[in-house]
Design a protein around this ligand. Structure first.
Ligand SMILES: Nc1ncnc2c1ncn2[C@@H]1O[C@H](COP(=O)(O)OP(=O)(O)OP(=O)(O)O)[C@@H](O)[C@H]1O
Ligand SMILES: [Mg+2]
Length: 337
């Protein structure tokens, strides 16, 4: 029996590199791109972990590694206390426990099959009987507030609104009763008017079904609304994490501060800071802090040495030299002398 707060999925030191090519004179030179670099996350029953970061920061690759669609280059995955053998294929049992919901319902649901087919297919694949699937499809449609369910089962995707179709998408993820739901930007394609409804639905499902949920977003304000814990990613690394609303209320890392200052606030539009993506030069620094080329507060050490993950207490951490202790800075100056 799982209780609220129990660890369901534990990812330890996950990394994923891809081989990419860049122009170099006449030739294209291969280089290793670290899409996700040593990221550890813990998903707990009845809790939402929000992953916030700009485009290309590694959020989807992380979610795909947790879903075992993309194999990690290194790291460990633990599901309900048991270590997963990452060398083998993803078993059907793992897929039942860990479901991924993607941002675009129009792209992830077969347009030529009815909603009944969309919901019943995963159930049949996972061995449910023909009698059970009909009842279960009605049940999940009801749980995502598409009621009465019989009004929706015979419809086709083009007969639903974006918000309704995203609810079907979530219902499909829930059909096999997973313990983990990975929601990759589930509201970003939706009209603003229905976003809050889907966000509230995810929170309610997490609470009532004790789902361990990962909510991926660009929008730090929506993370504050829904999450029990928030991790901010930049260039493949978690740069700051905290429980509750501490990330929004007392951000410590300069990147998080820039993200928050770029959230539109109708009261302060005239004084709004530039979005983080427009600050200073772009590009990553692989030797020192990855954010240092864009950081308005960078120190000399930031350009040359990777910052440690500094523990600020109460589960709040920041990967930044500005938060480091004197001992941590001295240790670096001794080893590099
Ligand atoms: N299959 C792949 N092959 C090569 N590079 C990849 C592959 N998948 C992702 N990447 C690279 O990994 C990095 C992280 O990608 P990812 O999709 O995780 O970003 P993201 O944070 O989800 O961005 P967005 O917010 O735009 O969805 C990107 O630089 C991307 O180009
Ligand atoms: Mg993505």
């Amino acid at each position: 029996m799982t209780d609220r707060g129990d660890i369901v999925l534990d990812a330890r030191h996950l990394s994923r590199t891809f081989t990419a090519r860049r122009e170099s004179g006449f030739f294209k030179k291969k280089f290793e791109q670290r899409a996700v670099d040593d990221v550890s996350v813990t998903l707990r029953a009845g809790e939402v972990l929000a992953i916030v970061g700009e485009s290309g920061s590694g959020k989807s690759v992380l979610a795909r590694m947790l879903a075992r669609i993309v194999p990690p280059t290194s790291g460990e995955l633990w599901l309900n206390g048991a270590q997963i053998d990452l060398s083998g294929r993803r078993g059907i049992d793992y897929a039942r426990h860990v479901q991924l919901v993607l941002q675009d319902p129009f792209a992830s649901i077969n347009p030529v099959r009815g909603i009944r087919h969309t919901l019943e297919r995963p159930l049949l694949i996972h061995g449910a009987s023909k009698d059970d699937v009909a009842e279960r499809s009605r049940e999940v449609l009801t749980s995502v507030s598409l009621t009465p369910p019989d009004d929706y089962l015979e419809r086709y995707p083009h007969e639903l609104s974006g918000g309704q179709l995203q609810r079907v998408n979530i219902a499909r993820g829930l059909a096999v009763s997973p313990s983990v739901l990975l929601a990759d930007e589930p509201i970003s394609m939706l009209d603003v008017s229905v976003r809050l409804g889907v966000l509230n639905l995810l929170r309610e499902l997490c609470d009532t079904r004790l789902l361990a949920m990962m909510y991926i977003t660009h929008d730090i304000a929506s993370a504050r609304y829904i999450a029990d814990e928030t991790a901010v990613m930049y260039a493949g690394q978690v740069v700051e994490r905290a429980r509750g609303t501490a990330i929004m209320d007392s951000p410590v890392h300069p990147y998080t501060q820039l993200l928050i200052n770029s959230v539109p606030n109708p009261d302060h539009l005239a004084h709004r800071d530039s979005p983080a993506s427009e600050t200073k030069a772009s590009g990553f620094n692989l030797h020192g802090c990855r954010f240092s080329p864009r950081c308005p507060q960078a120190l000399d050490i930031c350009h040359t040495n990777q910052p440690p993950e500094v523990d600020l207490g109460g589960g709040h951490t920041s990967r930044c030299w500005l938060s480091a202790t004197d001992e941590q800075r001295t240790a670096v100056s001794i080893t590099t002398r």
